[in-house]
Design a protein around this ligand. Structure first.
Ligand code: CDP
Ligand code: MG
Length: 705
């Protein structure tokens, strides 16, 4: 392995006030002299501990409780508590800005509860990620010394851990949106805390409009509900747009604890950032003192697992402290993820490989080094085609600074960026909100089912471009979800009830007519989580051989179904998964989703029917749901997507990589250097023509061009 010498790095020089270290450049010292004058800004005091009623019984208890209590009291948020409470008492909406880790998510709901402000209803705290919602709820339950699911609960897709007595409810933004569909006034809540607002996920963006409307309704109409209070929390400074949207709500700043971080950029551009990351990681590992922990930002589960194996292999021959190697990504079990919070043992170094989940949602103690790939896997949408693609893209400068900040929580730190200084300067300053980059069909279904009559007049905080809304409406019309007046059809209502892409719901609805709901629900469940197959590079042949008996010439989705059936009927699941290189955790997750989907089908009077031998019926249901994702083989040997007319190749992981059938539907188009289509199913042109005659005549499915 090529070792990096420090001369490979563009060092940014000593930490002087003028050097762009985190302290000098971005360090948010929130006092009047450094922040720009703004009458809406209220500075929060720091230093003195804010009083607390201790209503949750946080005094006394075991040594562990005391440590936790001390930790709570030391959080920057604690000093700001009295000021926070007096501001929220005065205003209907408040914007709260505080550095990641200062205690917003865990403390704010507790402060409201301790001050008895939540009565008569509950506090909802939204999170963009299910894993953060679960782990933070558990932490808060622990701090309050109650069992999870009682006073403190969480609600995420496919899992409800709340009770009628729950008062602090952590839930994903998507989940709160679903609640708003049934109850637009959000009458279960006195407070809505929209957390991680800077992430600007689609669901949070819609929620801005939903809670604003609910506030107005509860204010002006004579309901017996209390006024709805809203707190918008963000880790970045650009709070003015939130404030403007909520009738110039006051902005509260709380200063964080941030030590200086030295930032270094690679001198030369890195196409292979994984290798550069590895060599940097080992260089630091050999040179840095023990218990100086490291956090590495990568793009996804697969990349993390690959790098983990590489690190383990290389580490055998390398000196340095003992490594505690951990990973952090969305599809992980909470118990495993919880390990990153444990303090590092003497003689060890914790190395955490994470997706952008550690950027602002979770704070890992002990981190002194950050290695930042400066990349993220993001959903990217093309309004012209209606397709969403998962794509590895560069992050924004704002995100890079957030990641850098993770190295300066406990002491001075260092951050190594896998982009050159010039590349960094060319990164966009802020990330584009998801609502401006993604397929809006789900968004529109959700907004319509909340009772919004005219989608074109919805009070978006940032309105998506007209052609994106038009494109999504077009797709929904083709799927039969909205009518020509842009109103929900009965079918559209069903689509909105399922927490999945409308194309997948369409598959289920078609499966009902074809008598194969059991099979389609299983396939949809398998498509809803992370990959169920493990194919380690070192054992690729062995893995493929072990699964060969399941491979179907009808495509990947039918192959997954066969694997799923075999898994379900196996007696020893551990052994079976190991033998067939199947990811047991992801498979179990799919099984759980399947159960939830079946429950939903029962509620919507969709019978669960199975027709085992009839794979053509299964493929037909898939085709009719996924009909905008058709690709056709060209004479030149590549594929062209019929809707968007893009060139693509079959992904090497597909069972159809060699066979190259004439016509397929795919569930995913991945765009790296080339376009790849994934998760394929063989389809018959006649089915598509029968189901969507006008559409397919227009898209020339029959003629061989
Ligand atoms: O929301 P914000 O980023 O402001 O901070 P938070 O999530 O409320 O976390 C406050 C502190 O609690 C952080 O410093 C975390 O390290 C700690 N924490 C923890 O130790 N274990 C958890 N499961 C969650 C948070
Ligand atoms: Mg937080």
């Amino acid at each position: 392995m090529k070792r990096k010498t420090s001369s490979d790095w563009n060092t940014m020089g000593p930490r002087t006030a003028s050097s762009p270290t985190l302290a000098g450049f971005k360090h948010p010292r929130w006092d009047d002299s450094t922040s720009s004058p703004n009458s809406r800004r209220v500075m929060m005091p720091t230093g003195a501990l804010g009083g607390g009623s201790g209503r949750s019984g946080s005094e006394g208890g075991s040594a562990n409780d005391l440590v936790m209590l001390q930790q709570r009291r030391n959080l920057p948020m604690a000093a700001a508590r009295p000021r926070f409470l007096s501001e929220v008492a005065k205003h209907e909406t408040v914007i709260l800005i505080g550095e990641t880790g200062c205690g917003k998510t865990t403390q704010i709901p507790q402060y409201l509860h301790e001050a008895r402000l939540e009565a008569p209803h509950a506090i909802a705290i939204t999170q963009p990620r299910r894993m953060a919602a679960i782990s933070i709820a558990k932490r808060v339950a622990q701090e309050m010394r109650v069992s999870i699911g009682s006073l403190v609960g969480y609600k995420v897709r496919f899992e409800d851990c709340t009770d009628t007595v729950s008062r602090l409810i952590y839930l994903t933004d998507g989940m709160l949106l679903r609640e708003a569909m049934l109850d637009p006034l959000l009458s279960r809540y006195s407070w809505i805390v929209l957390d991680e607002a800077h992430e600007r996920t689609i669901s949070t963006d819609i929620l801005f409009g939903v809670v604003k409307a609910a506030q107005r309704e509860r204010r002006v109409t004579t309901t017996n509900l209390c006024p709805l209070k809203v707190i918008v929390m963000s880790a970045t400074l650009d709070a003015d747009k939130f404030s403007d949207y909520f009738h110039k709500a006051p902005i509260l700043f709380v200063s964080g604890r941030q030590f200086p971080v030295d930032v270094r950029h690679v001198r030369d551009s890195q196409d292979d950032w994984q290798s550069a990351t590895l060599s940097t990681l080992f260089q630091i590992h050999q040179e840095a003192p023990e218990r100086h922990d490291m956090l590495v930002f990568l793009t996804g589960q697969e990349e993390i697992e690959t790098m983990m194996r590489q690190i383990r292999r290389i580490a055998k021959d390398i000196s340095g402290p003992k490594m505690t190697l951990l990973c952090l990504y969305a599809a992980q079990q909470t118990a495993i993820q919880q390990k990153v919070f444990f303090p590092t043992k003497a003689g060890c170094r914790k190395i955490v490989l994470s997706t952008n989940i550690a950027e602002t949602s979770l704070t890992i103690p002990g981190i002194r080094y950050v290695i930042d790939s400066c990349r993220v896997k993001a959903k990217v949408h093309q309004p012209s085609t209606g397709l969403d693609m998962l794509k590895v893209v560069r992050i924004s400068q704002a995100q890079a600074w957030q990641r850098t900040g993770r190295a300066g929580r406990d002491a001075e730190g260092q951050c190594y960026r896998m982009v050159t200084r010039a590349e960094f300067d060319r990164l966009p300053k802020d990330s584009t909100p998801e609502i401006l980059r993604c397929n809006l069909s789900n968004v529109i279904l959700q907004i319509l089912s909340i009772g919004v009559k005219d989608i074109l007049k919805f009070d978006f905080m940032q309105r998506p471009p007209g052609d994106a809304i038009e494109g999504a409406l077009r797709q929904l019309k083709l799927l039969g979800g909205v009518d020509d007046q842009n109103q929900l059809t009965p079918e559209g209502k069903k689509m909105a009830a399922f927490p999945i892409d409308p194309k997948l719901t369409k598959m289920i609805l078609r499966a009902k007519d074809l008598g194969v709901t059991e099979e389609i629900v299983s396939i949809v469940a398998l498509m809803s989580g992370e990959s169920i197959l493990v194919t380690p590079t070192a054992k690729k042949e062995e893995a493929l051989n072990s699964r060969r008996k399941f491979v179907s010439s009808e495509g990947d989705l039918i192959t997954y179904l066969k694997i799923f059936r075999a898994f379900k009927s196996s007696n020893n699941k551990d052994q079976w998964c190991q033998q067939h290189f199947v990811h047991q955790r992801n498979m179990t997750f799919a099984l759980e989703i399947r159960k939830q989907l079946i429950d939903l089908c029962h509620k919507l009077n969709i019978p669960i029917q199975s027709n085992v031998g009839q794979t053509d019926l299964i493929r037909r249901a898939i085709a009719e749901g996924m009909f905008v994702n058709v690709a056709k083989l060209t004479r030149e040997g590549y594929y062209v997507t019929l809707d968007s007319r893009q060139q693509a190749r079959i992904h090497p992981s597909s069972v159809m990589f060699q066979t190259k059938p004439e016509l397929v539907v795919f569930t995913e188009l991945i765009s790296t250097q080339k376009n790849y289509i994934r998760n394929l199913t063989l389809v018959d042109a006649n089915w598509l023509l029968e189901a969507q005659p006008d559409y397919y005549r227009q898209h020339r499915i029959v003629t061989g061009d």
